[in-house]
Design a protein around this ligand. Structure first.
Ligand code: ADP
Length: 334
């Protein structure tokens, strides 16, 4: 897996568990979503009723799962965790829904990847706190309505636009998470270093933050690698020299680009004169599948303004040339 992959596998999620903020007050960054959530939760507490269902949208690694757990902690309720891909049949969801306790939080990660029949069952349950359990098969099948105690769904999605409107409309509150500033990432890293028992200087922290692509998961991962490096090579302190040396070893450059990102830009500028060039041609040039280039590398390059998608293919932006230390062939017309 790439060191700058914003997603995390099961093993990493286990390691991360120790680094998750537990309460809203210790959740750095995302001030807007944080304030909005604080209000929604406080109002629910005063009413003595579960809050509206909550949808969290935003790219991977920005804290959606952490916030879902925080919602449960703030409400002092247990949390049930599952995900869209794990629910392939309506029956899977019915089993979960019918076993929820009153007030419980149901966290549905990647909610946009749930099977259609389950989706329909979910929005009825969210609206009426009821599921129809189908008994029997064929013409004799009957739907037996089952009352559910009130509960709160916290849904997470990287693509809010992919949710069908009827489901999206059942969420009374939607919070959009955005990439973190270097200051917020520094705050997160300082806290993580403390939890990991690692000594770190502000310069070292800042260096890691600047290469973390606005994403706490990547920041925490890079911090662990810099810690490893510092522990093996002397001082055991995450400082500027150890951060630089470790991140060079792991091929993460000063703007957070990794080997693949740079290969894409190099190919675009050196071989195709800056483009535009078709995705598949570009992918062949870097020895990757088009899908990998498109989903793994491109989003960040586009977001940061290195690469432009045009109707005729991919083109290098001025920043790409600059980052590679190259001069664009004809800066006049472009
Ligand atoms: P998502 O569900 O959006 O993919 P997670 O909630 O799993 O993201 O967060 C990924 C990692 O980043 C976790 O280790 C978590 O501790 C850390 N993290 C995310 N947001 C924050 C934050 N605001 N403050 C501190 N750590 C954070």
């Amino acid at each position: 897996a790439r060191i700058v992959d914003p997603g995390g596998d099961a093993e990493e999620r286990r390691i991360e568990a120790a680094l998750r903020p537990r309460r809203l007050a210790e959740f750095p960054g995302q001030p807007r979503v944080s304030d909005q959530l604080a209000l929604v939760l406080e109002a629910a507490r005063r009413r003595g009723a579960p809050p509206d269902h909550i949808l969290l949208s935003g790219p991977p690694g920005l804290g959606k799962t952490s916030l879902a757990m925080i919602v449960a902690a703030e409400l002092e309720q247990p949390i049930r965790i599952t995900s869209g891909p794990a629910i392939q049949h309506a029956g899977d969801l019915a089993a979960i829904l019918s076993s929820l306790a009153e007030g419980e939080v149901l966290f549905l990660d990647e909610i946009h990847r749930m099977a259609r029949p389950a989706e329909e069952m979910l929005y009825l349950a969210m609206e009426d706190f009821r599921v129809d359990v189908i008994v029997g098969k064929g013409p004799g099948a009957t739907a037996i309505p089952l009352e559910l105690p009130p509960f709160t769904v916290v849904g997470a999605t990287t693509r809010a636009g992919l949710l069908p409107a009827p489901l999206r409309d059942r969420f009374g509150f939607t919070g959009h998470l955005d990439y973190y500033s270097a200051d917020d990432l520094s705050a997160i890293l300082t806290r993580s270093a403390g939890l990991l028992g690692v000594e770190a200087t502000p310069e070292g922290i800042r260096e890691v933050a600047g290469r973390s692509r606005g994403t706490p998961r990547i920041a925490n991962r890079l911090l662990r690698r810099v810690r490893d490096y510092a522990q093996v090579h002397g001082s055991a302190v995450v400082d500027l020299p150890s951060a630089r040396a470790a991140l060079e070893l792991f091929d993460v450059d000063d703007r957070g680009l990794d080997r693949l990102d740079r290969a894409v830009l190099e190919a675009l500028c050196r071989r195709f004169g800056g483009g535009p060039v078709g995705l598949s041609t570009l992918a062949v040039a870097v020895g990757e599948e088009p899908d990998t280039v498109e989903t793994v590398s491109e989003p960040y390059l586009v977001r940061e303004g290195y690469l432009i998608r045009t109707p005729r293919g991919r083109a290098a932006a001025p920043l790409a040339w600059q980052h590679l230390g190259l001069t664009p062939p004809d800066s006049a017309g472009t």
